[in-house]
Design a protein around this ligand. Structure first.
Ligand SMILES: C[S@@+](CC[C@H](N)C(=O)[O-])C[C@H]1O[C@@H](n2cnc3c(N)ncnc32)[C@H](O)[C@@H]1O
Length: 217
C-alpha cells in the first residue's frame, strides 16, 4: 500500500524533470527511511513540514496517516504551486501548502509535530537557532520535532552530498552541521535530542535527530 502511495504521488506531477527529481528523492529517502522517520510521527494532529519542496513527503505522510493534517511551507512559490496541484489531483484533503521563509517562521497555533528533511543545511546558520526556538514554542508539550540532515563526517560522504547540492541548486549556498553541533543547537533551543543513525549503502551521511519538547523522564 505504501509503495503504491509513492507511485501515485510521483504520477501526480506532469513535468518530466520534476517527476525524475521525485523518483530520485523517493530513492534517496526510500520506503525504509520514510518508515524510520514516520515511526516518530503522531497518528493524528497537525504536523508541519518546513521546507516541503514539491510536497512529496507531506503527501506521503498525509496519505499514510489520514488523521494527520500536514502543513507544508517552502520558500519557492513554484514548488508550493506544484505541491498544491499534486494534492488536488490525488484528492488528498489533509494537507495544505503555503509559501513562507523558514528564516522568519512564526507558528500560528499549537502543532503535534514538525519535521525538516534536508533543510537545515540550506538555511544560513544565524537563522537556525531562532527557527528551532520558534518550532519548540509552537509544539504541543508532548510534541516531537524530527530533523533529517547530513553530517559533516565522514568527509568523502560530505563531498558527495556537496556535489549533489551544487548540481541541484548551484546558486544556493549550503552550510553543513556536524552531528555534535546540530545536537547542541537543538538542545539550546530546549529540545531533548536523540540521534537515530540512518545507515545507507549510498554515500549519504544521513542523521535523524528525534527531538522531544519535554524529557520522557
Ligand atoms: C533539498 S530540498 C528538500 C525538499 C524536501 N524537504 C524534500 O526532502 O524533498 C530543500 C528545500 O528547502 C527549501 N528552502 C530553502 N531555503 C528555505 C527557506 N529559507 N525557507 C523555506 N524553504 C526553504 C527549498 O526551496 C527546497 O524546496
Amino acid at each position: 500500500m505504501r509503495a503504491e502511495a509513492i507511485r501515485r504521488i510521483v504520477r501526480a506531477y506532469d513535468d518530466p524533470v520534476v517527476r525524475a527529481y521525485c523518483w530520485a528523492r523517493f530513492w534517496v529517502l526510500r520506503q525504509r527511511f520514510l518508515d524510520e522517520i514516520g515511526q516518530y510521527l503522531p497518528e493524528s494532529g497537525c504536523v508541519l513540514d518546513i521546507g516541503c519542496g514539491f510536497g512529496l513527503f507531506s503527501l506521503y505522510y498525509a496519505t499514510t496517516g489520514p488523521r494527520r493534517f500536514v502543513r507544508g511551507v517552502d520558500l519557492s512559490a513554484r514548488r508550493i504551486a506544484l505541491a498544491r496541484r499534486a494534492a488536488a489531483r490525488l484528492a488528498v484533503e489533509n494537507v495544505a501548502y503555503e509559501q513562507g521563509d523558514a528564516r522568519d517562521f512564526k507558528g500560528d497555533g499549537e502543532v503535534a509535530a514538525a519535521y525538516m528533511l534536508d533543510i537545515v543545511h540550506h538555511v544560513a546558520p544565524e537563522h537556525v537557532g531562532p527557527l528551532l526556538r520558534e518550532l519548540h514554542r509552537c509544539l504541543a508539550d508532548e510534541g516531537v520535532l524530527l530533523v533529517k540532515d547530513v553530517d559533516t563526517r565522514p568527509a568523502p560522504k560530505r563531498w558527495f552530498t556537496w556535489l549533489l547540492d551544487r548540481l541541484m541548486a548551484p546558486a544556493t549556498p549550503v552550510r553543513y552541521w556536524s552531528a555534535e553541533e546540530l545536537t547542541a543547537a537543538l538542545g539550546a533551543a530546549g529540545f531533548v535530542v536523540r540521534r537515530h543513525a540512518m545507515r545507507d549503502f549510498l554515500p549519504y551521511p544521513h542523521v535523524l535527530y528525534v527531538c522531544a519538547k519535554r524529557s520522557a523522564a
